[in-house]
Design a protein around this ligand. Sequence first.
Ligand code: SF4
Length: 189
Amino acid sequence: REVAEISIKDIDQIGKSSFPLCMRHLFEKLREDHHLKHGGRMQLGLFLKGVGLKLEDALAFWKAEFSQRVGSERFDKEYAYSIRHNYGREGKRTDYTPYSCQKIITSAPGVGDHHGCPYRHFSEENLRAALGKMGISNRAVEDVMDKVRNRHYQLACTLTFEAVHGTSCDAGINHPNQYFSDSQKVLQS
Ligand code: SF4
């Protein structure tokens, strides 16, 4: 059974179990800083839309964080529009699709940005620490680092998926939302 919708109250728990590392990182930073720059808001926001967070919930979710930093008035004025925009409710009314791994890996996060692919954009030290927090074995971490050194970032993510879920992922990871739905399939089977 695929998850058709997720609610805000489940999001932390479901994030820990089923978000790929790129989204876990953005999610943690948002909770920590109550803020994300534009690139991070787009990458995480469209991903969350893809996993089934409804517009009303998305607005409440982002507002709860951002208003701690910039106040709720400024959130309504400066940030709510772009969230509605992502959902195709503003501007050209395009229903924007979540970013693929390819797009994320080739993005160029600058100083203070948290978007991008950790396998591509983290330092070795930070990546090892992040993988450690996901609770995967030292042996698996070494296998992942080996793929990273050879610039096979999606294979590194696939190995992480396999280590976290204790099952093989033959198709490989090519989209964060695919990581999520494959994870949910494993956890619900
Ligand atoms: Fe995210 Fe894809 Fe990188 Fe995995 S390989 S962390 S899903 S961008």
